[in-house]
Design a protein around this ligand. Structure first.
Ligand code: SF4
Ligand code: SF4
Length: 496
């Protein structure tokens, strides 16, 4: 699998050389030094893994895995321990610790299959994985780490009892975010919080920094809400000759907190000759649950999403969120053992397209107006690594006259730390990665940052704020929408 991004390697060449020089298995700390990354040391001097309180429950669960979908031994055996994935792994880059690398985690999975217990330390190493899939694209042996960690997370979710504050916090997240009806009542108080500039008051009084780290993270990630909420009608006709009939996934968090991205997607698709159906009653696609190992919950959301889109007959199911797209394309695998849904899920996944992917397939027809902007493009992991979509969003932006697409000059393939709920449950490493990404984004010297995942936009925005830097942000489809509508660059920059 290629790890190229428009001719620019996602892993820096110097790092690749360093990996080869470091000599693979057995020398992970040499490697960390070779790539210029110092591991964090605890007060005791030992190399420490950061994050929200490492659990100390004392559990030693044997056997570590039950018989229901454990990580597959044949996939584990595909790993030849070469270490080429290590410099692409954000947690290895942060900690310089073998067990926080893909190779180390695969080793832990194998040990668990061979009889080692599932204990606090093992769970910690699995929890710290962002699920960014950079190791999948970096691996020359084609190791399916995505399948391995998905199965492992399912085992951890079923078998390991988290300390109650951790379990409670996660339960709140999963009782809230996948449900638009529960999120909507939060919009008004959040708007008031922003209009009254409560954050500034809390910061000045020092109260904000006294909150637990996870609550601070939640606060910093709150989206800026638009003044006018744009809704997406159930049906939009194609402009000109109809070239496709598509269903638009509105997303759970997306339809409440990013209505402008959905509205822009609908307008662009219609302008490019697509009839757009937004099936009513859509909820969460299950991406958050799937990536957190909550398999049964993910299956329930997947079945409901399939049903919603089956009620309308469309050629393609289109999404504008990288995380959702990668989950939708996994439905065939997720529901493979479900007699009623296995075939439907396989057909559904085959019809899923990221909006940039579909527009690239169709080719541009709607006239573009110039936008004099230097747009820095950030690769969302679930688009670049999980779906191998790198060229299409860049190509889409390049159809806009006057717009220059700039690359993040360093570590473009390294996760920004967003990763679903990761930045809320692991604020320490997420913050480190976010600030690292923000610095690299600023080094590109653009007017605006564009990324195809709302989570990345929120994470990088919060990280820029911590660095006292300001850079407008937008989804690429919003940029194209502005061009099609003849809006000025300031319409994008001012509203961010
Ligand atoms: S996962 Fe792939 S790249 Fe990483 S050590 Fe194993 S074989 Fe090498
Ligand atoms: S998914 Fe990302 S964080 Fe997890 S092991 Fe692979 S590269 Fe590292």
């Amino acid at each position: 699998m290629s790890n190229e991004s428009e001719g620019r390697p996602l892993v820096e060449p110097a790092q690749t050389v360093a990996v080869a020089a470091a000599g693979g298995a057995g020398r992970p700390r040499d490697l960390a030094q070779a790539v210029g990354v110092a591991g964090r040391r605890s007060s005791g001097g030992a190399l420490a893994t950061m994050g929200f309180d490492a659990p100390r429950t004392g559990q030693r669960i044997t056997p570590a895995f039950d018989l229901f979908n454990p990580p597959a031994r044949d996939l584990i055996d595909d790993c030849v321990h070469c270490g080429f994935c290590l410099p692409s792994c954000p947690t290895y880059v942060l900690f310089g610790e073998e067990m926080d690398s893909p190779r180390g985690r695969i080793y832990l999975m194998r040990a668990a299959l061979d009889g080692a217990p599932l204990d606090d330390a093992t769970v910690r190493h699995f929890d710290l994985c962002l699920g960014c899939m950079a190791c999948v694209t970096a691996c020359p042996s084609g190791v399916r780490y995505d399948k391995l960690i998905e199965a492992t997370r399912g085992q951890v979710a079923r078998r390991y009892a988290r300390p109650w504050p951790d379990a409670f916090f996660r339960q709140i997240l999963f009782s809230l975010f996948p449900y638009p009806a529960r999120l909507r009542p939060l919009v008004a108080p959040l708007k008031l919080y922003q209009v009254l500039r409560v954050r500034r008051l809390l910061t000045r009084s020092g109260l904000l920094t006294r909150l637990p780290a996870r609550l601070q993270a939640l606060e910093s990630l709150a989206p800026d809400l638009p003044r006018h909420v744009e809704t997406v009608p159930a049906w939009t006709g194609a402009q000109g000759v109809r070239r496709a009939h598509v269903g638009l996934l509105l997303g759970c968090v997306g339809q409440v907190f990013f209505p402008g991205v959905n509205a822009a997607t609908r307008r662009v698709l219609a302008a490019e000759g697509c009839a757009v159906v937004a099936p009513p009653g859509q909820g969460c696609c299950g991406a958050l649950s799937l990536h957190a190992g909550r398999e049964e919950e993910a299956k329930t959301f997947a079945r409901a999403t399939i049903d919603a889109f089956e009620r309308v007959s469309v050629e393609h199911v289109v999404t504008n969120a990288a995380g959702c797209g990668s989950a939708l394309k996994e439905y065939g695998h997720l529901l493979r053992d479900d007699e009623r849904y296995a075939e439907k899920a396989r057909r559904f996944s085959a019809r899923v397209r990221d909006v940039s992917e579909l527009l690239d397939d169709l080719g541009p027809v709607a006239p573009r107006h110039p936008l004099a902007l230097r747009a820095v493009y950030h690769d969302a992991c679930h688009l670049a690594h999980a779906q191998n979509i790198r060229r299409q969003p860049r190509a889409m932006l390049r159809t806009i006259p006057g717009l220059e697409v700039r690359e993040v000059p360093r570590e473009g393939g390294l996760c920004c730390g967003s990763a679903g709920i990761y930045n809320m449950v692991e604020p320490g490493p997420a913050m480190e990665l976010g600030e690292r990404k923000a610095r690299n984004v600023l080094a590109a010297g653009g007017d605006i940052l564009v990324a195809s995942n709302p989570g990345c936009l929120l994470q990088i925005k919060a990280s820029l704020a911590r660095l006292d830097a300001d850079l407008p942000l937008a989804h690429p489809i919003e940029v194209l929408d502005a061009s099609l509508r003849g809006l000025s660059p300031s319409s994008l920059i001012k509203r961010s």
